[in-house]
Design a protein around this ligand. Structure first.
Ligand SMILES: [Zn+2]
Length: 115
């Protein structure tokens, strides 16, 4: 990976983190018990949705932060299996990718085994 590509992917990751920071999801939405059962059910549903979004957001944050950490190391963007560049488009779509497209498809086809 060239220095320019590293910069490009780092900007992409940092931007992704900033976007996540901008979303203030209220996961601690208090469900008030209210006399109307429909309202109560709606609030419970909303709380479930918020919690699911919050969990996804945290998983995404972890993924981006791990990718940034690995980017500071030299092995980021290099396929664990064949040592080729994973490719910047693939890394942008999937920052935690450790295999190139070719090796990934071989793993999925069961042709190689990856730990
Ligand atoms: Zn590979």
């Amino acid at each position: 990976m060239t220095n320019m590509q590293r910069r490009e992917i780092r900007n992409h990751l940092v931007q992704g983190l900033n976007n996540l920071d901008g979303q203030n999801l209220d996961a601690n939405l208090v469900v008030e018990s209210c006399p109307d059962e429909n309202d109560y059910a709606t609030q419970l549903t909303q709380q479930g949705v918020n919690l699911a979004m919050q969990r996804r957001r945290i998983a995404r944050l972890d993924e981006l932060e791990n990718a940034l950490k690995r980017l500071r190391e030299t092995d980021y963007g290099v396929c664990d299996e064949c040592g080729e560049d994973i490719g910047i488009a693939r890394l942008k779509a999937n920052p935690s990718a450790r295999l190139c497209v070719v090796c990934q498809s071989m793993v999925e086809d069961g042709l190689i085994c990856c730990a």
